[in-house]
Design a protein around this ligand. Structure first.
Ligand code: ADP
Ligand code: MG
Length: 696
């Protein structure tokens, strides 16, 4: 085997290692738990824990941790050493099944949205054996779910695992009704493409806004942006190439299949795409991708920015969530095959996704909402805030034909086969052209392009899984009762086209005409996170989540509170940072600059030569006017922050941060950016966009 083959997955307690190191019976029992969700025996857990520990220690690990994903959106870990003191003053290395299965982190400082009173600090982490353990920084990391003392989900993983179970159950009912006898479960597959920016660490260190908020709060546009289209897929600069190579290597060790690395549209922007995996593993892997990208950047004196909009005026970053459903015997349920028009199973599952997206657009929109993404979605940037679905002409046509076929039958035609033989074979590439759609069918999967670059993909995926599961449940109910399954399938598809066809849009999603058209179709256009969060509180959505045991009402309400709080806190930090930068850096520097001009005017006048100093005079006036406007705007911003901070109701507070504080920040920024354009660059205290975007 070549070297890469040895490196790949070398830090993962994967199936191969398990087979090598576990007694046959233990391996079988564990696989049963992973595949069939049978409860795990404590004796089995002890044997697995011991094997894991021996393997980890051989690899140089000294600690273990339950690795979990609280609602902060990042991962958390608390390290414990393997050591256990002995009576004779020595030490043995231990790791029990109990420690593997369950942890009790002090949970009081993670967001719970009122689910866990702070005095009841106990939270539990529970081993998720469906995602393999791995070694990172000499620590054995055990992927876990995190819940409260009463079992309420306090993390991103729990609802995801629950939603995977639900969609598997409902999809299996549909498959069985269609006569499939080989599949035993359905998994959802996900490939998360990660966009990011890279900046030089020395420049980053000079910008408090980047350090504290992840984005530039000020910054005049560089003379050159992305208009030349010369960065997308351009040659990768050597420094970046070295960085990417190391990121790949670190990820490969962790069994993350980083596959494609390329430059993105904006200068300084790049993308990493892994090969798709089961949703749960893909989600864990995306967390690792983000962590490793940040960590490795520092080794190269670079900083990786995961914020959705680090720079105004150039593209922001998202995460493209490629999603499909597959059976355990390897069939992609969204693979159209050579003759999609005859592939009823495909058309039925496709219809389920169409119906789900049309039925729950607000919830889907919410799953992509975070403060940073407000700068992308609906803010003159891709994709728009309106949820619509791109199918491509061929599939749209096939579905339309089926709808007509339904009508024909009413007219007495008995032949119900879907005969659209005039259509060409659907080639994978033929559908992957529209890049302006937020939810696009790309050949054999859907690509949800809205999710935020810094967020966990657990949210979007548990929402997609659950809403599709719900639609499949209705289909299963219908098919199980139907006398003629074939006919019922056609009727379902025709119903979907008729009732949910409005979600399908194959045109340019960035155009103003689409905004108007979407309004006519009655599709929601939710522009801000604060408004999007309301979806978590809507009765229809709470009922959906409850029906599938993905989130209880209380858990939904907690998430509603946490999301609002998170929004308010984020904007609060941004506003405080903006004020500090203005007061301590921008104003002093600008005053220094204006003094310099004034001194120059005096000095020239003193020569008595009658030299024209109108240019200097105008510049001084311009600078002074901006200084006084900025001074006034900082005071307005300050007052709005004080007002927002005092609010009790979390919705009103977030609303105030968005429509008052945030707007004041933008207004302040306009003046600061104008000032940057005229102040001496040796005096201006912040590295410019030109430096940040092009000096790598
Ligand atoms: P592009 O989007 O550039 O056309 P691909 O279609 O090859 O590239 O894949 C983009 C991402 O989608 C990759 O992460 C890939 O692994 C993932 N992907 C491909 N097939 C599936 C699938 N069936 N389910 C989920 N993700 C998939
Ligand atoms: Mg793609």
């Amino acid at each position: 085997m070549d070297k890469l083959g040895e490196i790949y997955g070398s830090n993962v307690f994967n199936d191969k290692i398990m087979r090598e190191r576990l007694p046959k019976a233990t391996y079988k029992a564990l696989k049963n738990t992973i595949n069939e969700r049978t409860p795990l025996d404590s004796a089995v857990a002890n044997v697995v824990a011991n094997a894991m520990k021996d393997w980890a220690i051989e690899k140089g690990a000294t600690h273990f941790t339950h690795w979990f994903q609280p609602l902060t959106g990042i991962t958390a870990e608390k390290h414990d050493a393997f050591i256990s003191p002995t009576d004779d003053g020595g030490v043995i290395l231990e790791f029990s099944g109990k420690e593997l299965i369950k942890g009790e982190p002090d949970a009081s400082s993670f967001p719970s949205g009122g689910l866990r009173a702070t005095f009841e600090a106990r939270g539990y982490t529970a081993w998720d054996c469906t995602s393999p353990a791995f070694i990172k920084d000499k620590t054995l990391c055990i992927p876990t779910a995190f819940c409260s003392y009463n079992g309420e989900a306090l993390d991103k993983k729990t609802p995801l695992l629950r939603s995977m179970e639900s969609i598997s159950n409902e999809a299996m009912r549909v498959l069985r009704a269609l006569g499939n006898t080989t599949a035993r479960k359905v998994i959802t597959t996900v490939g998360g493409e990660q966009e990011y920016f890279i900046v030089d660490k020395k420049l980053y260190d000079k910008r408090k806004d980047l350090i504290l908020t992840g984005r530039t709060l000020f910054g005049a546009m560089a003379p050159k942006g992305q208009e030349m289209d010369d960065h997308y897929f351009g040659t990768i600069k050597e420094r970046i190439a070295k960085y990417m190579a190391e990121v790949d290597l670190e990820l490969w060790k962790l069994g993350v299949s980083a596959k494609t690395e390329h430059n993105e549209v904006a200068p300084g922007q790049h993308e990493l795409a892994p090969i798709f995996a089961t949703t749960n593993i893909a989600t864990d892997h995306n967390q690792l991708v983000m962590e490793i990208m940040k960590k490795v950047a520092l080794r190269h004196d670079l900083v990786c920015l995961l914020h959705e909009k680090p720079f105004a005026g150039v593209n922001g970053s998202g995460k493209h969530n490629n999603w499909s459903m597959a059976t355990d015997d390897g069939q992609n349920l969204l693979e159209p095959g050579k003759e999609p028009e005859k592939n009823k199973q495909f058309l039925l599952f496709l219809s389920a996704v169409i119906e789900a997206v049309d039925e729950y657009p607000e919830l889907l929109r919410e799953s992509a909402a975070n403060p940073g993404n407000d700068h992308r979605l609906g803010a003159n940037e891709a994709p728009p805030a309106i949820i619509s679905m791109f199918l491509g002409e061929q599939l749209t046509e096939i579905l339309k034909q089926i709808e007509i076929g339904g009508k024909d039958k009413v007219k007495g035609i008995t032949n119900m086969s879907i005969g659209v033989s005039t259509l060409p074979i659907l080639f994978k590439d033929a559908t992957d052209r529209n890049r302006t759609s937020p939810f696009a069918f790309t050949g054999n999967k859907f690509e949800f392009r809205m999710p935020p670059s810094s967020g966990s993909i657990a949210g979007p995926n548990f929402i997609i899984n659950t809403m599709v599961a719900d639609v499949l449940r209705n289909y299963a109910d219908r098919l199980e009762k139907a006398e003629n399954v074939d006919e019922e399938v056609n009727t379902i598809i025709a119903d979907v086209v008729k009732n949910h066809g409005k979600i399908i849009f194959n045109g340019n999603g960035y155009s103003d005409a689409w905004v108007e058209e979407a309004k006519r179709r009655g599709l929601p256009n939710i522009k801000t996170t604060v408004e999007a969060i309301e979806a978590l509180n809507a009765e229809k959505n709470k009922a959906l989540m409850e029906r599938h045991h993905v989130l209880s009402r209380e858990e939904m309400e907690a998430r509603y509170e946490i999301s609002l709080e998170n929004y308010s806190k984020t904007i609060n930090i941004e506003a405080l940072t903006a004020m500090e930068i203005v007061k301590k850096q921008i104003l002093p520097a600008s005053i220094k600059f204006s003094t310099k001009i004034a001194e120059s005017i005096n000095a020239i006048n003193a020569t008595g030569l009658g030299i024209d100093i109108s240019a200097q005079g105008n510049l001084l006036k311009e600078v002074s006017n901006l200084i006084s406007s900025i001074d006034a705007k900082v005071k307005i911003l300050e007052e709005s922050v004080i007002k927002a901070e005092k609010m009790d109701d979390s919705y009103n507070q977030a609303h105030s941060y968005r429509f008052d504080v945030f707007e004041n920040m933008n207004s302040l920024r306009e003046d600061v950016d104008s000032l940057e354009m005229i102040v001496d660059e040796d005096i201006w205290p912040l590295p410019s966009y030109t430096e940040l975007l092009f000096n790598i």
